[in-house]
Design a protein. Structure first.
Lengths: 498, 579
């Protein structure tokens, strides 16, 4: 049990490291210097081209894109934002009069050349007025475009590649999770069987050097960059335990480090058959395999399953299909609509926990493919869904390269539908999250989420707290036990014992 | 060398012949085992011979030529007689075994083409023979009660809707469970009348053994299983989605009741884990402690496993183990290593190989032999989850759809094509994009199996092997009435100008044609698959949308220049089935 919990937190920390670098956060250090400014017109070319490239990618690939003009207005508005504290939230917005005038101005522009010239003017003005201490004006414009696309973001292509590795559960690395202690990166967990564990790295080690470069003064994102490379490459580390003198030099070979993303614990209650509490950490490539392994290790007396999908999202429908298929004994899974059309998916009859009663636990942060899986199980009568309404963020999210950059625009490329044909998306303008840091993100998710879509069969509790609540789990377990009792009573009536 | 004692000039001569055979250099390919107490009998597929092993001495003491090509072998309860199937002459053989130098064929019975499995009732009164390409099961009376020596008498020949392979007599010995050799169908045949009581589909494919649990209440099916919604990318392969060896455990009650859901109370146990696939289950036996011992042919190993909890130990044996025999009294299990021409002896208590017995010296390998070894090698795929054979079962097709990059994209799964006769019918791939067979093989290994790049020598060997795979014959023998219909069908085939795309003698051509059927990605032009052996396939078109040849014209509407009457359709289909 303790081992399982630590495994969960390892995976979590890993993702934290990833998220932080993926969204290009300045870490705890000082904000970066503002870019070199110049009044020359051609200085605007590169940033404006990047903004326009993002707009074109959105137009080409977004499932429901705004018009080019709308996105230009968003970018222009961001460039016209009054100067202020960049860390404050929400950021100060231009006045209504300014927004109106920008919108009118853009509405009269028709050609790409005109729109480009307009953005160049906005950019030059923004730079000359030095509106952006700590943030580049083009980043502000790109963020504004992403906001109007709904939960979009631009990431470095290499971070997107790591994202894909996580989705495939084939992360290539040395198998550690990091945080920062003082000036040095600190190993907070070491994955069993991974390269770091094999080389003797320990929890509590500070990484003092990577391949001969001292880590003191390096940004965390830079540390992570240096630790990452292709499978089969070597990395040399100098490690030292906190409060110890001795420095150890170790060498390890990067490899695929599979993460444990599905965990299992037994829920006991006096006098009742034990239940299995199975947490899905990620709707990824390994989830069906991990589930099947868990089924193989579960003792025979387990009478029911609480499948916990709280706080889980997912963006790749392929992995949603595989996970739903793993649970369903045939039946319709649902459909995906994207540019190539609508595809329906049907489950095969091979399934885990055949004939075993099941409760699926969801909350307001159960989103994307995770809520799609919950809906598929619900539609097929495979489970009772318990908890809060899900996020209503049933979108396919995928990355598309931004031409002329080494960046990827991560955006909505498709919509997930229940097998009944209902889309799993909220009706309101989707939630937008300024991903400044995780704490704020969590806070915002709780305050601003669209609470729609997954029609609960039984709402146990309306919890507004972030994170898992033991109470909800207990109630779900109680409900499941009730169901098992009913089923036993029914089968007893159908097949009277001699 | 110690051999069995025999007297008389004839016995000495026979002994000399046996000794010569034993020491001759050739390929044997052991595929079936019987006995195991003091003497182990080994049936060799390629040499058609029976090797006799003295278990105590761990050595071959005799070898007898009894057939052209052996496919199965079973002892009768009297301990003196045995049955064997000759896959080349389509015969069931009755063998009398007296001593290592005295093995005689004492009876022969013609059965359906390509007999592959024998199941003998516990009382020795009858047996069932599954004939692969004839698609039938022969129920044979052994007339044990009439005299001390059994004789072979055909009682029933039951046609099946699939090509059968594995068989299991269910408790009571009056019903036979018979499995599809390629897809995942199971039929129950009532033996008194020869009627097929049920035909049902179970998840998975490539069923390679059926084993009864110790308590007789469950049947363990050793097979491959795939998530039909998977795709052949590296992640899906290495997480066991594309293909994994498995044990599917079914309840005997559900099997016996035709009205029941055959999967009621069932469970699938996948073998293999991340980084460690266990390609191709070929044979499974239930050990005394209830555990299973499974030959994993694709990784040259046997696997100790429990039906519900999976593999718990992997033991390396010889090349491509295909048959396992457990002998309870001496805690020994014997494994036939087909490609090494050897038998591994395993102590089932310590789980160690205690001996590897060579069946004799092997001839030098030809290019086709080396290609065959590659074809069955799980190490061609990432982490050894599957081999070519896992999907192209014994060169045919497992009848499943696979979402590969064969057509350039994921999202539009295609029916796995049969390779029988395919080496002569380029271009390859559904869209006919591959002009060189070597290129198609390289692409399959790299994008569908995510294995290492093959060398040009390996490609040459694989091509040589594929060229040995002949198209299967037609499923049934023809009666006079059938022949008339076939002739009318042949005329119709010419009149409708089918031969413009399906050009004899291979009944295909090198172009791509739009027959009015698009795939999920909108591709419309496909290379026509060869029609040779088309009667041996269970699904048709790129996505398997037609379940029968009739439906290819009726519900799916493959284009014909004019509409066909019912009689014409029947004649055309009869002709196609004769190809």
């Amino acid at each position: 049990m303790a081992r399982l919990q630590s495994a969960v937190s390892v995976a979590f920390l890993f993702l934290v490291c990833f998220c932080r670098s993926a969204i290009g956060l300045a870490n705890e250090g000082a904000p970066p210097e503002p870019p070199e400014l110049s009044q020359k017109g051609d200085e605007a070319d590169a940033p404006v081209d990047r903004i326009l490239a993002v707009i074109e990618v959105a137009l080409k690939h977004h499932i429901d894109p705004p018009t080019r003009q709308q996105m230009v207005v968003e970018a222009a508005t961001a460039l016209t934002r009054p100067a202020g504290d960049p860390e404050s939230y929400p950021p100060s917005e231009p006045s209504v009069a300014v927004r109106q005038s920008l919108a009118r101005e853009v509405s009269d522009l028709t050609t790409r050349a005109e729109l480009r010239a307009f953005l160049v003017r906005c950019w030059n003005r923004a730079v000359s007025e030095r509106r952006f201490p700590g943030v580049s004006p083009e980043d502000a414009a790109v963020s504004a475009i992403c906001r109007c696309l709904g939960a979009s973001r631009v990431t470095a292509a290499k971070d997107y590649a790591v994202n894909r590795q996580f989705a495939a559960n084939q992360y290539v690395g040395i198998g550690i999770a990091l945080s920062r202690r003082g000036g040095a990166p600190l190993i907070t967990s070491v994955i069993e069987g991974g390269p770091a564990a094999g080389a003797g790295a320990l929890v509590g080690d500070m990484i003092e050097e990577i391949d001969g470069t001292r880590t003191a003064g390096l940004e965390m994102s830079e540390v992570i960059d240096r630790l990452r490379d292709a499978a089969g490459t070597e990395v040399h580390l100098a490690l030292r335990q906190e409060f110890e003198e001795e420095q150890r030099r170790v060498t390890m070979t990067r490899s695929v480090v599979p993460q444990e993303t599905v965990t299992y614990e037994r829920l006991r209650a006096d006098g009742a058959a034990p239940l299995a509490h199975i947490r899905i950490g990620d709707v990824n490539a390994s989830a069906p395999h991990e589930l099947r392994r868990i089924e193989q290790t579960m003792p025979e007396e387990i009478a029911g399953v609480v499948l916990d999908l709280r706080q889980v999202g997912g963006s790749d429908p392929h992995y949603g299909v595989l996970l739903a298929n793993a649970f369903l004994d045939g039946g319709a899974i649902g459909s995906v609509e994207d540019q190539s059309g609508r595809r329906e998916f049907t489950a095969s009859r091979d399934c885990v926990f055949r004939e075993m009663p099941m409760v699926v636990l969801v909350d307001g942060n159960t989103s994307g493919t995770a809520e799609w899986v919950a809906a598929a199980l619900q539609e097929n009568g495979r489970c009772v869904v318990v908890g809060e309404r899900t996020a209503g963020a049933g979108y396919v999210m995928d990355g598309r390269p931004v031409p002329g950059t080494d960046e990827v625009l991560f955006l909505r490329t498709g919509i997930l539908f229940r097998s009944s044909g209902q889309p799993l998306t909220g009706r309101e303008q989707p939630v937008t999250i300024e991903m400044r840091d995780l704490a704020r993100m969590q806070d915002m998710l709780v305050r601003k989420r669209t609470r729609h879509v997954l029609a609960d069969e039984t709402v146990v509790e309306q919890s507004h707290r972030y994170g898992e609540s033991q109470d909800v789990l207990n109630r779900a377990a109680a409900l499941l036990r009730e169901r098992i009792k009913q089923r036993v009573a029914q089968s007893g009536a159908n097949h009277p014992q001699p | 060398m110690a051999v069995a004692i025999s007297s008389g000039a004839q016995a000495v001569a026979e002994e000399r012949t046996a000794a010569a055979l034993r020491e001759s250099v050739h390929h044997r390919y052991p595929v079936a085992l019987a006995g195991g107490g003091e003497t182990l009998l080994v049936a060799n597929r390629r040499s058609g011979s029976l090797s006799i092993i003295d278990v105590t001495m761990s050595m071959v003491v005799g070898e007898a030529q009894i057939a052209v090509e052996l496919s199965d072998f079973a002892m009768l309860p009297d301990g003196r007689h045995a049955l064997a199937t000759d896959n080349a002459r389509h015969e069931l053989l009755l063998i009398e075994y007296n001593a290592p130098g005295d093995v005689q064929v004492v009876g022969r019975l013609s059965v359906g083409t390509h007999p592959v499995r024998i199941a003998v009732a516990a009382d020795g009164r009858r047996c069932c023979v599954a004939s692969l390409w004839a698609r039938r099961v022969a129920i044979v009376d052994l007339e044990a009660e009439k005299s001390s020596d059994p004789r072979l008498k055909m009682m029933q020949e039951t046609p099946l809707p699939f090509a059968p392979r594995e068989q299991l007599l269910l408790p009571g010995d009056d019903k036979l469970l018979v499995a599809d050799a390629f897809g995942g169908q199971l039929a129950v045949v009532e033996l008194e009348t020869g009627t097929v009581e049920s035909v049902r589909k179970i998840p998975g494919q490539n069923i390679r053994d059926l084993a009864l649990s110790s308590d007789g209440n469950q049947v363990h099916v050793a097979q491959s299983i795939s998530d039909p919604l998977g795709r052949t990318d590296l992640a899906d392969i290495t997480w066991g989605i594309v293909a994994a060896s498995s044990i599917q455990t079914l309840a005997v009650d559900a099997i016996l009741n035709p009205a029941a859901d055959v999967l009621a109370g069932s469970r699938v146990t996948r073998l293999g884990d991340f980084g460690n696939g266990l390609a191709d289950p070929e044979s499974a036996v239930v050990l005394q402690d209830g555990r299973l011992l499974i030959a994993a042919g694709g990784i040259d190993s046997v696997v100790f496993a429990e039906a519900h909890s999976g593999a718990d130990e992997i033991v390396r044996v010889g090349d491509r183990p295909t048959a396992v025999l457990a002998h309870a009294e001496n805690s020994r299990a014997y494994v036939a290593n087909t490609f090494s021409d050897s038998i591994s002896v395993i102590d089932t208590t310590t789980r160690e190989v205690v001996a590897e017995i060579s069946l004799g010296r092997q001839a030098e390998l030809s290019a086709a032999d080396r290609g065959e070894r590659l074809f069955y090698d799980g190490r061609l795929s990432a982490d050894s989850w599957f081999s070519c054979h896992s999907c192209h079962t014994d060169g045919h097709t497992n009848g499943q759809l696979a979402d590969t990059l064969g057509d350039g994209t994921y999202g539009d799964p295609k029916l796995v094509l049969s390779l029988l006769g395919a080496a002569e019918t380029g271009p390859w791939a559904w869209n006919g994009s591959m002009v060189r067979l070597e290129d198609q093989l390289q692409k399959s290994v790299q994008t569908s199996m995510h294995g290492q790049e093959l060398s040009k020598f390996q490609l040459r060997d694989l091509v040589a092997f594929l060229k040995t795979l002949a198209p299967p014959g037609p499923p049934m023998s023809q009666t006079a009435a059938d022949e008339a219909g076939t002739e009318r069908g042949r005329a119709l085939f010419a009149e409708l100008r089918c031969h413009r795309c399906h050009v004899p003698p291979t009944f295909t051509s090198d172009g791509t044609f739009d027959v009015g059927l698009a795939d999920a990605m909108g591709n419309r032009r496909f290379n026509p698959p060869s029609l040779r052996g088309v009667g041996q396939r269970n699904r048709f078109f790129h996505d398997g949308r037609a379940a029968t040849l009739e439906k290819a014209f009726s519900s799916v509407r493959h284009r014909t220049p004019r509409s066909l009457s019912e009689q014409e359709l029947a004649d055309l289909v009869r002709y196609l089935r004769s190809l």
